[in-house]
Design a protein around this ligand. Structure first.
Ligand SMILES: Cc1cc2nc3c(=O)[nH]c(=O)nc-3n(C[C@H](O)[C@H](O)[C@H](O)COP(=O)(O)OP(=O)(O)OC[C@H]3O[C@@H](n4cnc5c(N)ncnc54)[C@H](O)[C@@H]3O)c2cc1C
Length: 510
């Protein structure tokens, strides 16, 4: 097989052969694919979304949702629609390179307590441990140019948060990101970095796979099913789909002699296995997340969220004690408008303050556990609601962020909590103590997702066994966030990539 890229096709069915086929080209899929290709195997990387040249990345968030998000970002998590449950947006990308193309480039090593927990509760210590994950994270940091945010990357809002943390006596740090030194902090991480400064697989591993390692990439090619023969995975099949018109194209089949790796994300991998006829008690169960929500401070001076990296500063101070990770997050105007809410004159007045606003967020290490499944309409359904304890974590963290804003001179704070005043002053922070513990009152967003095909030793609660096989099926593996059996309490891409590389090396016996 010579290296090549096959985008949307019409007409007759097409067939391809490879040693391994990887379904999904995001953090997990791309990392696994390049590892297999470097070990000398012919790899087919099959991606539901299109290839996008960085020059064509949209500048607006609207364009990003249209061109790069999975289905305009319309997937949501729901609880019981008849109960006090919220509809929470789930954000993911759908293009060659996956969600890292629209993420904030934050790179955090897998915490030791997470690996210890996996060893003790899930029997994963032989495969995923400090040595194996650490070695791969060293490699990833070298290859993706991971560096500490500095200079123009910091921006006024990030700098203010760092100072607020220091003033509070709390841990705070400039975020490590996978960006080149040339990053000038143009606050375009979430729209995809047109300047190619964010070092993602579409600039590095995927071109290497195609051009130097004889691999093939199929884009606009959602995998419909894994092909199973005599209890063994032998390939994948699907039908091309045009990224704009959504018109269906030709069908494709990729047969893979050595194995099938599923990496279609925490919302895609379990439904793909379900569509393929795999029935396991834990399939689609154990779905988790770090739900996040932000608190806005309004300052007399300009904070100019458009300056600096989208995210430049974070704190792990409260990861263990409360179960939150604090981060600075600058939002483009469209997302800011959605966050502050309102309409007409009310909204226009809020937007007048845009240049004076800074937003800092809490990502909650939530206890909540949900499900993901293929629904009868052909789509995906996610059930998930933060628990009362998770809401308390957010409420506590939000109060602390409000205090931090006021400590840096903000003259008002926009809590973003329905049932509280829409703006509070410095002597009203206590109002957070009685804010409603109701998911519908918070502007939760889900972007760190885990599970559905959980790794583990217990057949009742896991889909992937510690030997990395999907239970009961030979040569079938899951190498993305869907396999992660717990939350992490830190940003997940580094863990996902390292786990995928470790798994791929194990599979080829390297
Ligand atoms: C806005 C945002 C900001 C974030 N910021 C950070 C950050 O700064 N640091 C961090 O560590 N994490 C961050 N994350 C999370 C991180 O990007 C994800 O956890 C990670 O990318 C998940 O990796 P994955 O391989 O499981 O899935 P993805 O990276 O989502 O890749 C899955 C791929 O599979 C494709 N796919 C789906 N179904 C199919 C199918 N049937 N056939 C073929 N292909 C399919 C999808 O199109 C997608 O390209 C962020 C996420 C978001 C949304």
């Amino acid at each position: 097989m010579s290296g090549r890229h096959v985008a949307f096709q019409e007409g007759a069915a097409q067939a391809f052969d490879a040693d391994y086929v990887v379904a999904g080209s995001g953090a997990g899929g791309a990392a696994a694919a390049i590892t297999l290709a470097r070990a000398g195997f012919r790899v087919a990387l099959v991606e539901a979304g299109p290839w996008r040249d960085p020059e064509d990345y949209p500048s607006s968030m609207y364009g990003t949702m249209r061109d790069m998000f999975a289905d305009w970002g319309q997937l949501v998590a729901m609880g019981n629609p008849l109960g006090k449950d919220a509809i929470i947006p789930i954000v993911q990308a759908k293009l060659v390179g996956g969600t890292p193309i629209i993420n904030s480039a934050i790179v955090v090593r897998t915490p030791g307590d997470v690996l210890a927990d996996w060893r003790e509760r899930f029997g994963l210590g032989d495969v995923f441990n400090e040595a194996s994950i650490g070695a791969k994270q060293d490699q990833i940091e070298r290859e993706l140019s991971v560096t500490e945010t500095a200079g123009a990357g910091m921006g006024p809002s990030g700098a203010a948060m760092l100072k607020a943390l220091i003033d509070r006596g709390a841990e705070g740090h400039a975020i490590h990101r996978n960006v080149r030194a040339a990053c000038e902090g143009a606050m375009q991480c979430l729209q995809g970095c047109k300047r190619r400064n964010k070092r993602t697989a579409n600039f590095l591993w995927i071109p290497e796979l195609q051009n130097e390692r004889g691999g093939i990439v199929l884009s606009c090619a959602p995998v419909d099913r894994v092909l199973l023969e005599n209890g063994q995975a032998v390939g994948v099949t699907g039908r091309w789909q045009h990224p704009q018109t959504r018109q269906k194209g030709a069908t494709f089949t990729v047969r893979a002699k050595r194995g099938v790796l599923v990496a279609a994300s925490a919302t895609g991998s379990a439904p793909l296995l379900q569509r393929s006829g795999i029935r396991l008690p834990a399939l689609g169960q154990g779905w988790r997340a770090h739900p996040g929500a932000g608190v806005v401070g309004v300052y007399p001076e300009t904070m100019d969220m458009h300056k600096g990296a989208s995210q430049a500063v974070a704190s792990l101070q409260y990861r263990e004690s409360i179960g939150i990770k604090m981060e600075h997050l600058s939002l483009p105007m469209e997302l800011f408008a959605a966050r502050v809410g309102g309409a007409g004159q009310t909204l226009m007045h809020k937007l007048e303050d845009y240049r004076h606003c800074a937003m800092w967020v809490n990502a909650v290490r939530a206890d909540a556990v949900g499900t993901v499944k293929q629904n009868w309409l052909g789509g995906v359904s996610v059930t998930y609601q933060p628990t009362k304890k998770d809401l308390e974590r957010l409420r506590t963290g939000s109060k602390m962020i409000a205090e931090m804003h006021f400590s840096q001179g903000a003259y008002k704070v926009l809590p973003g909590v329905f049932g509280m005043k829409s703006e509070i002053g410095p002597d009203e922070v206590h109002l957070f103590d009685t804010a409603p513990l109701d998911n519908r009152c918070y502007t939760w967003v889900l972007s760190h997702l885990f599970g559905g095909c959980n790794l583990g030793k217990d057949p009742q609660t896991s889909v992937v066994a510690p030997d990395l096989h999907v239970r009961g099926v030979r040569k079938l593996h899951v190498v993305d966030a869907a396999a992660i059996p717990t939350t992490l309490g830190v940003n997940p891409q580094h863990t996902i990539m390292a786990m995928a590389m470790v798994a791929a090396e194990r599979l080829v016996g390297a």
